[in-house]
Ligand binder design. Structure first.
Ligand code: THU
Length: 131
């Protein structure tokens, strides 16, 4: 699976975002080492703190179905499905990625103006906490 294909799936997943409070719609497409795709979107809540990011939705779907090994995630986000800037995973989502992924796990971000770019989780969360 090409990075550009995974990113296109992330944009598609953003169509299901439930973001009535921020209007910021995010989609994620998580690729397992076995080649399966798990999509996710952000799901907001009136009480704010129960809000779940697209990346964690994808991870929790996958792990809850028995998946434990991942190679990459693509993330696409912006106001009302306009993908004009990169949407980098928040710190909480980076920590969740660290729980299940090796240091070479790839995070693909991008936008419609500049295209896509890939980072490793080690680049985005160096010196991470683990037990
Ligand atoms: N959000 C994500 O889903 N993923 C990110 O990487 C950044 C932020 C969501 C959370 C909230 O619903 C909205 O974007 C604005 O913060």
């Amino acid at each position: 699976m090409k990075d550009s294909e995974l990113f296109a799936l992330a944009k598609k997943a953003a169509e299901n975002a439930y973001a009535p409070y921020s209007g910021f719609t995010v989609g994620a497409a998580l690729l397992s080492k076995g080649g399966k795709i798990y999509s996710g979107c952000n799901i907001e809540n009136a009480a704010f703190s129960p809000t779940n990011c697209a990346e964690r939705t994808a991870f929790f779907k996958a792990v809850s179905e028995g998946e434990r090994e991942f190679s990459a995630i693509a993330v696409a986000g912006g106001k009302n499905l306009n993908f004009e800037e990169n949407c980098f995973p928040c710190g909480v989502c980076r920590q969740v990625m660290c729980e299940f992924c090796d240091g070479d796990f790839r995070i693909i971000v991008g936008n419609d103006r500049e295209g896509i770019k890939a980072y490793t989780i080690t680049e985005l969360l160096p010196e991470s906490f683990s037990l």
